[in-house]
Design a protein around this ligand. Structure first.
Ligand SMILES: [Zn+2]
Length: 272
């Protein structure tokens, strides 16, 4: 089953000691393609290094949490990283009005600068929006963004439909397994057209709470993507194999990844 994890924070310190084993496990689990998320200019550079070394993909961007440190120098660095052959998207960028680690005006400025750069370079966007609806959708609409994913969708129906109306892809994480705050997604996921759905772990965060046994230190990793696939497929009432093929195809289309290469990697690993 060729799966694509469109969002894994593999530059996180919790992966420093065993990253090669983590990636080997994910391939053995059928996750042949991983996009490593960039969250600052520095992390984006590290993401590109990891992608080079382990045959993965990466994004280049600044997360809204870090918007306060964003300046002209940052955008110049991102522009360089965007040209890296393994960089498939600009992001993670967007708005986070939940934690508010950066003031809203700084978040908007940082977000818009990355949107404009992505449009100029013809790159898709990896977008983060938390408690920022409807402002986030307004900005996306104003800029005419088309090729983008709203990653780790956790919102309600109205927000989901606003994103779908904008033509965005929607990324589903293990949040869907969270019995405290994610059960609404089991129903909402049915509203996402088959050709707009993407799967992601958001490792090392958001370990599916219903996975048994729970991993050590509750660290999430791309090898757990099949668990999310099973949950999503059950919610959709469709065979997991079908959802795997469809979501991998969607990721390949959005990010311009060679799909045959992605499934080859998975097959080669399975055969090894
Ligand atoms: Zn995010």
């Amino acid at each position: 089953m060729p799966l694509t994890d469109i969002g894994a924070n593999l530059t996180h310190p919790s992966f420093h000691d065993d990253l090669d084993a983590v990636v080997a496990r994910s391939r053995a689990a059928g996750v042949g393609t991983i996009v490593v998320t960039g969250t600052t200019a520095l992390e984006s550079r590290l993401a590109a290094e990891i992608a080079d070394r382990l045959d993965l993909y990466c994004t280049a961007g600044v997360h809204p949490h870090h918007a306060r440190d964003f300046d002209q120098q940052t955008i110049a660095e991102l522009r360089k990283l965007a040209l890296h052959p393994r960089c498939v998207a600009i992001g993670e960028c967007g708005l986070d009005f939940n934690r508010n680690y950066s003031p809203h005006p700084a978040q908007e400025k940082c977000f818009v600068a990355q949107l404009e750069m992505a449009l100029e370079l013809g790159k898709p966007l990896f977008l983060h929006s938390r408690d920022a609806h409807p402002r986030f959708a307004q900005i996306v609409r104003t800029h005419g963004v088309k090729q983008a994913v709203a990653h780790c969708f956790t919102g309600e129906a109205e927000e989901l439909h606003a994103y779908l109306d904008l033509g965005l892809y929607v990324g589903i994480t293990g949040w869907i397994s969270d019995e405290r705050r994610g059960t609404h997604l089991l129903r909402l996921v049915q509203d996402i057209p088959a050709d707009r759905l993407l799967l992601e772990t958001d490792s090392p965060y958001l370990t599916p709470r219903d996975m048994q046994p729970q991993p050590k230190a509750r660290r999430n990793e791309p090898a757990f993507l099949p668990h999310i696939l099973q949950t999503v497929a059950r919610a959709l009432g469709r065979p997991p194999e079908e959802v795997a093929v469809q979501t991998t195809r969607n990721a390949a289309r959005l990010f311009g990844i060679d799909e045959s290469r992605a499934s080859l990697t998975a097959q080669r690993t399975a055969a090894a």
